[in-house]
Ligand binder design. Structure first.
Ligand SMILES: CC(=O)N[C@H](C=O)[C@@H](O)[C@H](O)[C@H](O)CO
Ligand SMILES: CC(=O)C(=O)O
Length: 303
């Protein structure tokens, strides 16, 4: 089995809306084309950054279809199918399988605090519904469930489990999951703010919510890590973190800020869906500053 196709920089795909806030096929495809032109290795569709939690099943299925139409055969496609019920997750998983996605992934069950046996069964039931490979999603800060190395080991007994997208903050978790899984398993760095350290601690690749707004910088950071240029890798990470902190410090949500920046970079994907907050007039000046930070960092590191 080759995991090579999962290596590299895989942006988390954003929800693309029209001006009325409906899913837009045309804008979804524009974002696909932009990411293809940037040379990223794959996309993670319908996760947190895809605002999956605010979309109904039909909308989520449509997004999976539009992205596959545009990018199938051009890059690696991962479908996030986590949903409130196992039944809905299975429906999304079967849909992704018919579209030729390369792998599935899901957060653990949300809202009710369920015993670990229920979490295990949730992931296993999704896996049994299709022949696709599966990537566990560990994101304790939003789900309240913490994946342990022991649970990861138990899940790995199922050959469909090829890895974990780890979004917990300790990079030691990455090292532990890699230790349990070894070379046959892929570990993705989750927190974009520590991409470089995550890679050094053993992450093979990255999936991230801010990659698409500055793919050039993450692709370059990954190259610096691969070639052992750790000093400059640390510098680019520091510049990336200035940008992420600025994106998170506006009245509008981080995703609203990201979409405004993307618009200025030539891709209009609309705004965010409530209860996420859109940007305000006071956010415009800081967004101009963020544009400058991105342009300067690209000029500094990517020529
Ligand atoms: C908590 C959360 O959503 N984490 C994302 C996934 O790991 C990250 O990619 C963040 O979007 C990113 O690190 C910005 O904070
Ligand atoms: C990584 C991320 O932001 C997502 O789950 O979409």
């Amino acid at each position: 089995m080759t995991l090579k196709k999962f290596h590299g920089i895989l942006p988390a795909f954003y929800a693309c809306y029209d001006d009325q806030g409906n899913i837009s096929e045309a804008r979804t495809k524009d974002l696909c084309n932009y990411l293809f032109d940037k040379g990223v290795q794959g996309v993670y569709v319908g996760g947190s950054s895809g605002e999956c939690i605010y979309q109904n099943l039909e909308e989520r299925k449509a997004v999976l279809s539009y992205v596959a139409d545009q990018l199938k055969g051009k890059m690696t496609l991962i479908a996030h199918v986590g949903a409130p019920s196992t039944r809905d997750s299975i429906e999304l998983a079967k849909h992704a399988a018919t579209l030729g996605y390369d792998a599935l992934s899901a957060i653990p069950p949300i809202y009710f605090k369920l015993p670990e046996s229920a979490v295990y069964k949730y992931w296993t039931d999704i896996m049994e519904a299709t022949p696709l490979d599966f990537i566990i999603y560990n994101i304790p800060q939003t789900t309240g469930y913490t994946l342990t190395p022991a649970m990861f080991q138990k899940l790995l007994a199922n050959k469909k489990v090829i890895g974990v997208k780890n979004s917990s903050m300790p990079t030691m978790d990455i090292e532990r999951f890699k230790k349990v899984g070894g070379d046959n398993v892929i570990v993705f760095n989750g927190p974009d703010e520590q991409f470089v350290s995550g890679r050094i601690m053993g992450a093979d690749a990255g999936i991230g919510g801010t990659y698409a707004v500055m793919p050039e910088l993450f692709l370059q950071a990954n190259e610096f890590v691969k070639s052992g240029k750790f000093d400059v890798a640390r510098q680019i990470q520091s510049d990336i973190n200035e940008i992420i902190i600025a994106l998170c410090s506006l009245q509008g949500s981080m995703y609203a800020a990201i979409k405004e920046v993307l618009n200025r970079r030539g891709v209009n994907v609309g705004s965010v869906r409530a209860p996420l907050e859109g940007i305000t007039s006071e956010d415009i000046a800081p967004i101009e500053d963020i544009m400058k930070l991105i342009d300067q960092a690209i000029e500094r590191y990517c020529e």
